[in-house]
Write a protein that binds this ligand. Structure first.
Ligand SMILES: CSC[C@@H](O)[C@@H](O)C(=O)COP(=O)(O)O
Length: 342
């Protein structure tokens, strides 16, 4: 299993190693991230991406900032600015700022303590993903039927998007290992093709049968009865269960509600933002026009045309059948508010 993010111990030059997800699946290139500017660039161009992996990037990023501060004789103000810049590098996934802030709490205790905390985030994430995958598989087999199931998923939620194993992908992997997964429809996930490039790559390595479909096919795939459930990850789950995830997710939820099949959200509890009441308050990242107007690096739109490029959408809690975290399964459509915290 590939590691999306790791801390590399080296006497003189400890640093973060990332697999550059922008180059997959064509090339497996690793980035040696030795300073905060390189990390922020990697986060913003999605070389590292996916909410739980961003949580680890935030945590390791603060350790890296302390390391750089000592090497470059930064002032306390420079260090504070670097930590804030890491936490704010992308706005929608709560895990990034959560990871950075969790480690920054130990800033006064120095680099070693911060690195220990960052390593704890990574270890806890893997354990959470394994547990939520078991819980999600159990819930689905009880709810849908104890037989090989057909699924649709969106974006990439596997080992690449986390510190290990995956979330929604982890549930699919768990079902596969139990002999209870027939086929996965993988949405290509425009515009950056996390489904085609990353999920399909991981499914192929794990020997899981799948088909890649264009995003526009997903609703019809559901309404035609070709799948038994949909499962996605999350970038931020608010106290009432509203869920931000890669743009296109809400279309699956609407179709599942119409068809009467489960729409499942899977995430570690670190993705739950108890402090935010509803999805209306989530900041949705808007990305550059060129991601939509070009394809494979070549401009396809008429020069001068502008794009609307929200990277995420919000699925209302009342059309989410289940939210699975390592703490258990909640059923937002059938549960009094708020679901989390409070
Ligand atoms: C387990 S990852 C869950 C989400 O972070 C994932 O589905 C997603 O939307 C990622 O978006 P990305 O823009 O690729 O970082």
């Amino acid at each position: 299993m590939v590691r999306a993010i790791e801390w590399i111990d080296a006497a003189a030059d400890s640093h973060i190693r990332l697999i550059d997800q922008t180059r997959l699946p064509a090339e497996e290139v690793f980035l040696e991230v030795t300073n905060v500017d390189l990390l922020i660039d990697a986060i913003q161009r999605l070389a590292v991406r996916g909410a739980p992996a961003l949580g680890a990037a935030g945590g390791y990023g603060v350790a890296l900032a302390l390391h750089e501060a000592a090497r470059e004789n930064w002032s306390e103000e420079q260090l504070s600015a670097a930590i804030t810049a890491i936490a704010d590098a992308r706005p929608t996934a709560v895990n990034l700022a959560w990871g950075a802030n969790r480690v920054a709490e130990f800033r006064a205790e120095g680099f070693d303590r911060c690195l220990t905390e960052a390593r704890a985030i990574a270890a806890e994430d893997e354990a959470a993903n394994r547990e939520l995958s078991r819980l999600g598989a159990d819930w689905l087999l009880a709810r849908v039927g104890d037989r090989p199931l057909r699924a649709v998923t969106h974006c990439n939620t596997g080992a690449l998007a986390t510190t290990a194993w995956g979330t929604a992908y982890g549930i699919l992997h768990e079902l596969h290992e139990r002999g209870k997964l027939e086929l996965v429809y993988v949405d290509e996930t425009r515009p950056l093709l996390q489904g085609t490039r990353l999920t399909s790559w991981e499914l192929q390595q794990d020997g899981i049968p799948h088909l890649v479909e264009v995003d526009g096919a997903a609703s019809s795939t559901i309404l035609r009865g070709l799948v038994d459930f949909a499962v996605i990850g999350a970038d931020r789950i608010t106290a009432n269960g509203d869920t931000a995830n890669k743009v296109g997710s809400v279309a699956l939820a609407l179709a599942c509600a119409r068809k009467g099949i489960p729409f499942v959200v899977a995430a570690p509890y670190s993705t739950v933002d108890e402090a935010t009441a509803t999805g209306d308050e989530i900041e949705i990242e808007e990305r550059g026009d060129e991601e939509v107007l070009a394809f494979g690096g070549a401009q396809v739109a008429t020069p001068g045309v502008r794009a609307f490029n929200p990277a995420f959408d919000v699925t209302p809690h009342d059309i989410i059948s289940a939210i699975v975290t390592e703490r258990g399964v909640v059923e937002p459509a059938a549960t009094a508010q708020p679901l989390f915290g409070g």
